[in-house]
Design a protein around this ligand. Structure first.
Ligand code: ASP
Ligand code: MG
Length: 409
């Protein structure tokens, strides 16, 4: 007999927040089991700030105390949110006649490094989950956490339950990792900005990675990377609706080459405002490169990552997370260089794997922004994206314009 298909079903915080939502989750898991699939469920902490046991609610608990809590203990606290979800969800499943067992991340064999608050999964031991599956039970795993080499509990960084699901899928050789969320898939743009934004039916890993990186909040970029490496297809779908959602890692590239034209190679437009720009005036003489190198060394030694980097004679510019903007300005200023920082900027990007090597994509983008009168402050590009830094006040116009310009509406 062929092995039963195995799927990982990950449910985000809003999907497990109350009885009604959990009943819907139970229905989804139950129908997978009834179809003859083996399912591993991964859950986030319930709800958002204000909901009991949500990650931000737990964080507030210690913040309100005013005492400094070490990262190790913050992780102990935060891990509880997901564990509570797992126990409650497993109970709900059993009540509906689906045999289930709740497990913490460590119990599920998730091994991480020792970096509290932002731990990386080093390995998932498939043993414990396989044993639970072999008993005919649905494992319900607390996402966002694992066991360090010292036997401590560490959390994976915000949004990390997606990564738990992808890593479990990779370790067990799952047929699919399904990310259930409160939207019905990956959208061509933020629907709050572009009401006519559509759900994208198929993406390749790189496109989803770029979109996640560039601000589309559906799936954590690390999860996409883990799935890509293991070649496990991801599906992003809605907990409430019945739509097929977005499939990532299917045979997308093949259809791409059919119609390679600048206007239809772009799959989505993303935007983010949580960044700031640093502009440094640099000398042009013989020591130029040494000074430029110093700028990036001082950032690196303070754990600041720079993006959209532009180095030209007399000028170095880059963007950093807005939370690090003041530090970056101070550090570069400390080198004795004239520096300007601005936080009234936004990064707007077009994404599409077929952009690479195709003439006319930038021209099409420029045409659109020119017509809309949006000033471009910087640009950067990769194989599968072109990003523009624009004034924050023009962000919404830029997204709407590009969505139209690349025929996504
Ligand atoms: N509960 C964690 C967070 O809010 C992890 C997750 O939901 O993926 O970031
Ligand atoms: Mg999430």
């Amino acid at each position: 007999m062929a092995e039963k298909e195995l799927i990982v079903q990950k449910f985000g915080g809003t999907s497990v927040v109350d009885y009604e939502h959990r009943a819907r989750v139970a229905q989804i898991v139950q129908s997978a089991v009834q179809e003859g699939l083996r399912s591993v469920v991964v859950v986030s902490a319930p709800g958002r700030l204000g909901d009991a046991y949500a990650t931000d609610t737990l964080l507030q608990l210690v913040e309100n105390e005013g005492a400094k809590v070490p990262a190790r203990e913050t992780d102990l606290l935060l891990a509880c949110g997901e564990i509570i979800s797992a126990v409650v969800m497993a109970g709900h499943l059993r009540k509906e006649g689906v045999p289930a067992r709740a497990l913490t991340g460590p119990q599920a064999g998730i091994e991480t490094d020792g970096r509290f608050g932002d731990a990386k999964i080093l390995r998932v031991d498939p043993g414990p989950l396989s044993a639970v599956l072999d008993e005919g039970l649905v494992p319900v795993v607390a996402g966002f956490q694992g066991r360090t080499p010292q036997g401590e509990i560490a959390t994976l960084g915000r949004g990390g339950s997606d990564t738990s699901a992808a890593a479990i899928g990779a370790a067990l050789g799952a047929d699919y990792v399904d990310i259930y969320t409160d939207v019905d898939g990956v959208k061509t743009a933020d629907p709050r900005i572009v009401p006519e934004a559509r759900t994208i039916s198929a993406l390749d890993y790189d496109e989803l990675f770029q979109m996640a990186q560039a601000g589309a909040k559906v799936v954590h970029p690390r999860a996409v990377e883990v799935a890509r490496q293991a070649r496990v297809p991801l599906r992003v779908r809605s907990t409430v609706g019945d739509e097929a959602g977005t499939v990532i890692g299917g045979a997308r590239l093949q259809d791409l080459w059919h119609a390679r034209r600048p206007e239809n190679t772009v799959v989505g437009v993303t935007d983010r405002s949580d960044i700031g720009e640093v502009i440094v005036a640099t000398p042009k003489g013989s020591e130029r490169t040494a000074i430029e190198a110093k700028i990036f060394q001082v950032l690196a030694s303070h754990g600041i990552s720079a993006d959209m980097i532009s180095v030209s004679p007399g000028r170095v510019a880059f963007i950093v997370a807005q939370t690090q903007l003041a530090d970056a300005g101070r550090l570069v200023g400390g080198l004795g260089l004239p520096v300007e920082t601005r936080d009234d900027v936004a990064k707007v990007a077009i994404i599409g794997s077929a952009i690479a090597g195709l003439p006319g994509v930038m021209a099409t983008l420029m045409e659109g922004l020119l017509a809309a009168g949006v000033e471009i402050l910087e640009t950067s590009d990769s194989h599968s994206s072109i990003a523009c830094l624009v004034p924050e006040g023009r962000r919404i116009d830029a997204v709407r314009t590009l969505h139209r310009q690349f025929h996504l509406s």
